[in-house]
Write a protein that binds this ligand. Structure first.
Ligand code: ATP
Length: 273
């Protein structure tokens, strides 16, 4: 059985309108953090939902999503939720549950038979890892947007899935929490040999922590590869309709410097279609 994640000819859309067509991703190895980039409307969330098996309006994608030798497409949801953890773009609802209960219910939904002391130990580990202990007994509806986003992440991490699909997990977070999230995900991928796919708009944060970059646009993969090679000015113009430079920071990471938005006529990928 080959380990890792690959996509073969994935096509998915809504009501007969294709968003992504024939998408391929050559195998990424266990332990990889993959940044999923692209303009608004490029299809990042659609792809993550298809991988999570939660297409809803998208229905079942065609093609293959191979995780550790098994095709996730068509795999029953009860089986898939053991392997895949998905953090949606929308923040968790502000319910009357306290944060601890919300994370507990995330484990119970997937592994109802796990002994209570194991569950409690894993919840405490995740709260410590993310620095969330002070929030454990606070009601979700009384938390800020960023705090609820962190609890949503805890709900995914506590299940220790082989594949983590995180849709803009840092969108509501300040700089310190953004780093905490990316550092944590990086550490978990390294330690557990899990694979993490993150849809993210902060390209520089992505380049700092990922092993692999996938840029979506025009319903396909515009660029794919290691952060040192996947992005250049042409790719950024096609993907985002911007004039930009890719430079190297003093620590050796790639850094995108966005200079200006190009007029619509100069854009190759048109968001808001
Ligand atoms: N439930 C839906 N029904 C019909 N079309 C949809 C639905 N959800 C998304 N779309 C369309 O699918 C396309 C891709 O949307 P998607 O949310 O995957 O983009 P995205 O790259 O995640 O964008 P963003 O960066 O703005 O979150 C867009 O044209 C969008 O309008």
């Amino acid at each position: 059985m080959s380990a890792g994640l690959s996509l073969n000819g994935i096509s998915v859309g809504y009501g007969g309108r294709a968003v992504l067509s024939g998408l391929d991703l050559p195998a990424v190895a266990p332990g990889s953090v993959v940044a999923l980039l692209g303009a608004n409307g490029a299809g990042k969330s659609t792809l993550l939902k298809a991988m999570a098996g939660l297409g809803g309006a998208t229905g079942r994608p065609s093609g293959q999503i191979i995780l550790n030798g098994q095709d996730l497409v068509g795999m029953p949801l009860e089986q898939r939720v053991h392997a895949v953890g998905y953090l949606p773009q929308a923040l968790p609802q502000g319910s009357s549950l306290v944060a601890y209960e919300a994370v507990l219910s995330a484990v119970r939904a997937v592994r109802p038979d796990t002994p209570r002391d194991h569950v409690e130990a894993s919840i405490e580990r995740v709260f410590d890892t993310l620095g969330l202990r002070p929030l454990a007994l606070r009601r979700l509806r009384e938390l800020s947007g960023g705090q609820r986003q962190m609890i949503g992440l805890a709900q995914v991490l506590v299940r220790n899935p082989r594949l983590l699909l995180l849709d803009e997990p840092t969108s509501a977070l300040d700089l310190r929490w953004q780093l905490t999230v990316l550092e944590t995900v990086r550490r978990i991928a390294d330690a557990e040999r899990s694979i993490c796919v993150i849809a993210i708009h902060d390209i520089n944060l992505a380049l700092r922590f990922c092993d692999h970059v996938v840029v979506l646009g025009h319903g396909r993969v515009l660029a794919s590869g290691p952060p040192t090679h996947a992005l250049d000015s042409d790719v950024l113009r096609h993907a985002y309709g911007i004039e930009a430079r890719v430079e190297q920071c003093s620590r050796g990471f790639r850094l995108v410097l966005a200079d200006r938005a190009l007029p619509d006529a100069g854009r190759a990928a048109t968001p808001f279609q």
